[in-house]
Design a protein around this ligand. Structure first.
Ligand code: GLP
Length: 261
């Protein structure tokens, strides 16, 4: 795992955008990118939109989303499919038919989970999967206790996650769905490159757990330690509890030319 500690959230956004740009530009044909919602990747997405305006093309890109709320009607402004369309894929000129997410409005969410797992597995490989992390260490919507080998399924949100996400629902915790569909940690781990971005002090404990703690279902983000190609991009505040932050800074200032991320 490469830990990249940078001064500001904007710097983090640029590095995440660099990783995605390299995948998009480097592919000879079709490329599949995994997208996360939440506030953490937004600066990266803004950067990608700016690069698209400057000529970066996404015509050959297919996007797969990590997760979705169960029970929000299709088109609900806070459904993740709608958020990603609004924040990113429309501005990148991507055909909505190339943006896939779990169907949280399906009459049978269990079936929808299986269908989405089959779709993501059939599309593989995901070249880059963008990730955020919850304050309790969740990745996607894999709450603590999630199997590190899990596949796409229905999960029940913790009350902490519902409270954290209430800000997107006018501060009303009761408006936050209790159930979600999420790619499992095993599904996510099949991507070729995982790039997780976290900023701010509130994420410092989760970041330390994911990067340096024991590999445990109690911190779903710790599954990153089992993956061969992970870039963990954090600002100084989110790096605040990392014991090896100095080494990460040292590595960054001594990269070989062309070493990449
Ligand atoms: C949400 C999403 C995750 C996201 C995380 C952190 O619940 N399901 O994919 O990474 O929580 O969100 P934020 O980046 O807004 O802090």
């Amino acid at each position: 795992m490469e830990v990249v500690v940078l001064p500001t959230p904007e710097d983090c956004g640029r590095v995440v955008a660099d990783v995605v740009t390299a995948a998009v530009e480097g592919a000879p044909g079709e490329v599949i990118i995994g997208l996360a919602t939440g506030s953490s990747p937004l600066l990266a997405y803004r950067e990608l939109v700016a690069r698209h305006a400057a000529g970066l093309r996404f015509d050959a890109v297919t996007a797969v989303l990590l997760d979705e709320y169960v029970g929000l009607p299709a088109g609900h402004p806070e459904s993740y499919r709608e958020v990603i369309r609004r924040e990113l894929t429309d501005a990148l000129g991507m055909d909505p038919a190339r943006v896939h997410g779990p169907d949280g409005s399906a009459a049978d969410p269990l079936q929808a989970a299986g269908d989405y797992e089959a779709l993501v597995t059939g599309l593989r490989p995901v070249a880059v999967q963008v990730l955020g992390i919850g304050a309790n260490g969740h990745v996607g919507f894999n709450e603590p206790g999630s199997s590190l080998a899990s596949r796409t399924r229905v999960k029940t949100l913790t009350e902490q996650t519902r409270r954290d996400n209430a800000r997107f629902f006018g501060g009303d915790v009761d408006a936050v769905p209790r159930h979600v569909l999420t790619q499992g940690l095993g599904t996510i781990s099949a991507a070729e490159h995982l790039v997780l971005v976290a900023t701010g002090e509130a994420k410092a404990a989760a970041v330390a757990g994911a990067a340096e703690g024991p590999v445990t279902t109690s911190c779903p983000g710790s599954v990153l330690q089992l993956h061969p190609h992970v870039t963990l991009v954090v600002d100084e505040a989110a790096a605040g509890r990392l014991q090896r932050a100095d080494y990460a800074r040292y590595v960054l200032t001594h990269k070989l030319v062309g070493q990449g991320w």
